[in-house]
Design a binder for this molecule. Structure first.
Ligand SMILES: Cc1cc2nc3c(=O)[nH]c(=O)nc-3n(C[C@H](O)[C@H](O)[C@H](O)COP(=O)(O)OP(=O)(O)OC[C@H]3O[C@@H](n4cnc5c(N)ncnc54)[C@H](O)[C@@H]3O)c2cc1C
Ligand SMILES: NC(=O)c1ccc[n+]([C@@H]2O[C@H](COP(=O)([O-])OP(=O)(O)OC[C@H]3O[C@@H](n4cnc5c(N)ncnc54)[C@H](O)[C@@H]3O)[C@@H](O)[C@H]2O)c1
Length: 500
């Protein structure tokens, strides 16, 4: 097709990345332009496909995610050509892409969907692990199988899932904040969830409206295993269900939370022993929950002065967009979070280059109740909408912002509860100009709404509340709800009758 020194292969549309954003974008382009070839370049040997997509309400969606060999995608869309090689360089002024295998490709319009990678603390330390793709999850599982105690750092989605799932291994969970789950919850919701974390026996996982993740069409033995420095696609919901997340101990769960602290330093065993002997300022004894009798492979020194020995550390501390191969020689505007800035048409600052998913930073003026979060749902929505924008630009048509960006909506599961977050669910960016209303039944449900000037602007729904559609409508239509006062959350008042 394309060779070093040979003629470059040409295509009107090229997409980089075989994750949800890239695959969705390529599929949409393939449908819009059935007679054009769509190049999909990806560093990973498997692609991620969205299947069984269902719009469950105006903005909440449900779908399965399958990891598939790229041949299945090519069979479904004969005009998609998957090129399995990492992109090492982009020359946007020449509209050329160069891949690791020495080939080059010419595009008219390009969408970058190269995702993100874990933003690790103490990057490069062999005892610090991140979780992103199938390989890193398996490496984590292998290490865990031999571990008695690990330290989990971070307070977002991955940490919340891990501390709940891990069995037979003591977990020291170090968080910067006062309460658990700061990216999704406030302190009230955290308090509601905590008993689930300390419960000795976990219930059977509930079925709930959330994305499913499966590895299909690619038998384990046939699946090529990428080296750990290869860039795989991000895992997603239920990623841990196929993995046996168990340490060496017989107990079920044991989690100790250290709040308001960060990791100050990580010491290897020898260094730790040396420091204990020689340094006057270094604490002489570990300040553990229970004093240690054993020597650990590695020691974590926290900013609160405590030191924990452990087998390894999981850094679940967010992500950093994979922009490196694309920046050199190209004038991309980059956001504070390291992503490629895109406008309301998913267009970057470089002509004919679009971006979608975890790699991009939404730099348009958003709807007051939408914000970007690096999530599977947004990767799909952005990939789909980017393709629509590329098509519209090619055909000289105008296009309106997709409805999915009107309201932030996410459904997931934490601690075996269904969790729905809508709009400014944590009063993000609202300052003091808001009020909260709460309804909570211990062990059953937690409902919080964020109100501003009598209007609903956000909600957190934990448990089977069945309120998501009604609240979604109330946030979208910005109806003045002042007259209803506290009745809005009164369980004896069927508010759906009022508003549906
Ligand atoms: C453990 C875990 C659990 C998660 N759980 C949830 C959840 O419950 N709900 C939710 O909504 N989201 C969840 N997420 C987030 C979600 O998985 C991501 O936001 C989403 O998958 C991002 O999709 P993407 O296509 O932008 O990027 P990715 O999936 O990262 O895909 C990027 C693709 O680009 C390729 N690539 C990278 N660099 C290059 C290059 N130079 N050249 C060619 N190809 C390249 C990669 O191989 C990959 O195929 C989770 C993430 C993790 C890690
Ligand atoms: N169920 C879900 O929706 C779900 C589950 C897992 C992951 N995800 C997504 O996957 C991606 C990766 O997950 P994640 O949990 O790593 O990221 P995240 O952005 O959800 O959370 C990062 C956490 O790390 C903390 N942090 C950042 N730097 C730190 C530091 N130096 N020291 C201590 N803490 C620090 C932050 O305060 C935050 O609590 C995110 O985009 C997340 O939204 C979603």
């Amino acid at each position: 097709m394309a060779g070093a020194g040979g003629a470059a292969a040409r295509s009107r549309f090229a997409v980089v990345g075989g994750g949800i954003a890239g695959v969705t974008c390529a599929e949409k382009l393939a449908t819009e332009f059935p007679s054009e070839d769509i190049f999909l370049m990806t560093a990973s040997p498997v692609i991620k496909a969205v299947t069984n997509f269902k719009q469950v309400s105006k903005t909440l969606e449900e779908f399965d995610v399958e990891e598939q060999p790229s041949s299945i995608l090519e069979k479904r869309y004969p005009n998609i050509k998957v090129i399995q090689s990492g992109v090492k360089q982009l020359k946007s002024d020449e509209h050329k892409i160069f891949t690791e295998d020495g080939k080059e490709y010419v595009y008219e319009k390009l969408c970058l969907c190269a995702g993100a990678k874990p933003k690790l603390i103490f990057e490069g330390n062999p005892y610090v692990l991140g979780i992103r793709d199938t390989d890193s999850a398996q490496a984590f599982q292998k290490n865990l199988a031999q571990a008695e105690r690990i330290v989990v750092v971070g307070n977002g989605g991955i940490a919340l899932e891990l501390v709940y799932e891990i069995q037979g291994c003591e977990v020291i969970w170090a968080i910067k904040d006062k309460a658990i789950g700061n990216t999704f919850f406030d302190a009230g919701a955290a308090e509601f969830l905590i008993p689930k974390l300390t419960a000795e026996n976990r219930e059977t996982p509930i079925e709930c409206k959330r994305t499913k993740y499966t590895v299909e069409g690619s038998q384990e033995k046939e699946r090529p295993t990428a080296a750990s420095d290869k860039l795989g696609s991000a895992l997603g919901p239920d990623w841990h269900e196929g993995l046996h997340l168990k340490g060496t101990k017989e107990f079920s769960h044991k989690v100790h939370i250290e709040i308001l602290c960060e990791v100050k330093n990580i010491h290897l065993q020898q260094e730790f022993i040396q420091l204990q002997r020689t340094s006057l300022t270094f604490p002489k004894e570990e300040k553990n929950v229970e004093p240690d009798q054993v020597l650990w492979p590695v020691y974590v020194e926290l900013t609160n002065g405590k030191i924990y020995g452990c087998d390894f550390i999981v850094s679940a501390t967010g992500v950093v967009p994979n922009v490196k191969p694309f920046l050199d020689g190209n004038n991309f505007a980059v956001g504070e979070d390291g992503g490629l800035k895109v406008d309301e048409h998913m267009h970057t600052s470089v002509p004919d280059v679009y971006a979608a998913g975890d790699i991009c930073t939404a730099a348009w003026e958003p709807s007051p109740v939408w914000h970007q979060m690096r999530l599977w749902t947004q990767a799909r929505q952005m990939g789909w909408y980017a393709a629509k924008c590329m098509a519209a630009d090619t055909l000289g048509e105008s296009i309106e912002m997709d409805f999915s960006f009107e309201l932030f909506a996410h459904v997931t599961k934490f601690f075996n509860y269904k969790v729905v977050v809508l709009g400014k669910y944590n009063a993000q960016g609202l300052g003091s100009e808001h009020e909260l209303m709460l309804r909570c039944t211990k062990g059953q449900e937690y409902v919080k709404v964020v109100m501003q000037n009598g209007r609903m602007v956000g909600a957190v729904l934990i448990g089977e509340t069945d309120l998501e559609e009604t609240f979604e409508n109330l946030i979208l239509n910005q109806m003045d709800l002042s007259a209803y006062g506290e009745d809005l959350l009164n369980p004896d008042v069927d508010i759906e009758d009022y508003f549906d």
